[in-house]
Design a protein around this ligand. Structure first.
Ligand code: FES
Length: 147
C-alpha cells in the first residue's frame, strides 16, 4: 500500500486513490485557511488544493493543466491539484502558503498547525474567487488517469 506523508504525518491508501480524498479522510486538509471551507469540493476548478508532490502519482489531466495555468497559479511552479492526482506509490506532499497554496517561494505550511505561514493575500479573497473556471464534465481524477 502506498504511503502518503504530509505535515509530519504518514497515512496509507490504496493505489489509485485520489490524493485529496486520502488527506481529508486522515484529517489532513490540502487547503489553507478559509479555503478549507470555500473550495470546489474536488471538481478541479478552484485550485485551492494545489500542493507539491514528490513520488509516484498520475499524470496531470487536461483539466488540471488548464487550472494550474490560471493565476494566481503558474504552470511553471510544478504544483498539482490534490483532487486531480491519484496516488500510485509512496508520495511526499508539501503545502505552501496562500489561499491557493501558490506561494512556492515561501516556507511551506508548518506541520500540524494547518495554517499558512504567509497570509498576505488571504484577507482579499472572496467566495467568488473560488468559483469553477472550467465548463466540461471532467470533475475528478478518473480511473483512466491511473497508469
Ligand atoms: S478542490 Fe478545487 S481544485 Fe481541487
Amino acid at each position: 500500500m502506498p504511503t502518503v506523508t504530509f505535515r509530519g504525518e504518514s497515512v496509507t491508501c490504496d493505489r489509485g486513490d485520489v490524493l485529496r480524498d486520502v488527506l481529508l479522510a486522515a484529517g489532513l486538509s490540502p487547503h489553507n485557511g478559509a479555503a478549507d471551507g470555500v473550495n470546489c469540493r474536488g471538481r478541479g476548478s478552484c485550485g485551492t488544493c494545489a500542493v507539491a508532490v514528490t513520488g509516484a502519482v498520475s499524470d496531470p489531466s487536461r483539466r488540471e493543466r488548464l487550472r494550474l495555468r490560471v493565476p494566481p497559479h503558474d504552470a511553471e511552479n510544478g504544483l498539482r491539484l490534490a483532487c486531480q492526482t491519484r496516488v500510485l506509490g509512496d508520495v511526499a506532499v508539501t503545502k505552501y502558503p496562500g489561499f491557493w497554496g501558490q506561494h512556492v517561494n515561501d516556507a511551506p505550511v508548518g506541520a500540524g498547525d494547518g495554517e499558512p505561514v504567509g497570509t498576505s493575500d488571504r484577507d482579499s479573497v472572496g467566495v467568488g474567487d473560488a468559483e469553477p473556471v472550467g465548463g466540461d464534465d471532467e470533475t475528478t481524477a478518473s480511473d483512466d488517469d491511473v497508469a
